[in-house]
Design a protein around this ligand. Structure first.
Ligand code: 5GP
Ligand code: MG
Length: 183
């Protein structure tokens, strides 16, 4: 796995420090509320959400949602479809929706309104990474870990072909990885 890495964008320490900062912000913003619900978007946000939650010293429940992106009219226009959810009853609850990366923005734009429709009192959105492209920058996100260049990244939950999620850093992969046959 290590020899597939082209460049380390974010180290383990940088990520952990930023995760603690975001967790403090989330805690401060919900200080008046008795409890919250954290909703990671599977599978990419899993690792980020696990670290985040353990730095938020509040009563909380966890809800889960699975979303698929699919290409739309053009390569860069994507749609997002909710494939499944295990949210529990979020009526009247304060929800923090967590995703790994904000790219086209379709995912957050599809899921956040759904949570409000299901009765959530408030929905705040949190992403570890945001790509430097107009669609991402113009999508509402309450907490952003890092702004990164518009490149394909893996690690810390993000995958290529479902691999590399367990890398502790956020990295780019060597070009040859994408042209290799059969993984
Ligand atoms: P959206 O385009 O809806 O904002 O982002 C949707 C999803 O696309 C993200 O949750 C993530 O799973 C995937 N995605 C977008 N950019 C990248 C990337 O650079 N690397 C990886 N591994 N996944 C990405
Ligand atoms: Mg994903």
């Amino acid at each position: 796995m290590e020899h597939d890495i082209e460049r380390v964008l974010l180290t383990r320490d940088q990520i952990q420090q930023r995760v603690r900062e975001i967790a403090s912000q989330i805690t401060a913003d919900h200080v008046g509320h008795r409890e919250i619900t954290i909703v990671p978007i599977l599978t990419g946000a899993m690792i980020f959400a696990c670290d985040l939650m353990r730095n938020i010293p509040m009563a909380m429940k966890i809800g889960l949602v699975t979303v698929s992106s699919y290409p739309g009219a053009s390569v860069r226009s994507m749609g997002a479809k909710i494939l499944g959810q295990q949210l529990g009853d979020i009526t009247g609850r304060h929800v923090v929706l967590v995703d790994d990366i904000l790219d086209s923005g379709q995912t957050l734009r599809a899921v956040a309104p759904l949570l409000l429709e299901l009765g959530a009192d408030s929905v705040r959105t949190c992403v570890l990474l945001r790509k430097d492209r107009p669609e991402a920058m113009s999508t509402q996100a309450d907490y952003v870990g890092f702004d990164i260049p518009d490149e394909f990244v893996v690690g810390y939950g993000l995958d290529y072909d479902d691999y590399y999620r367990n890398l502790p850093e956020v990295v780019t992969l060597k070009r040859e990885v994408y042209t290799r046959q059969g993984g």
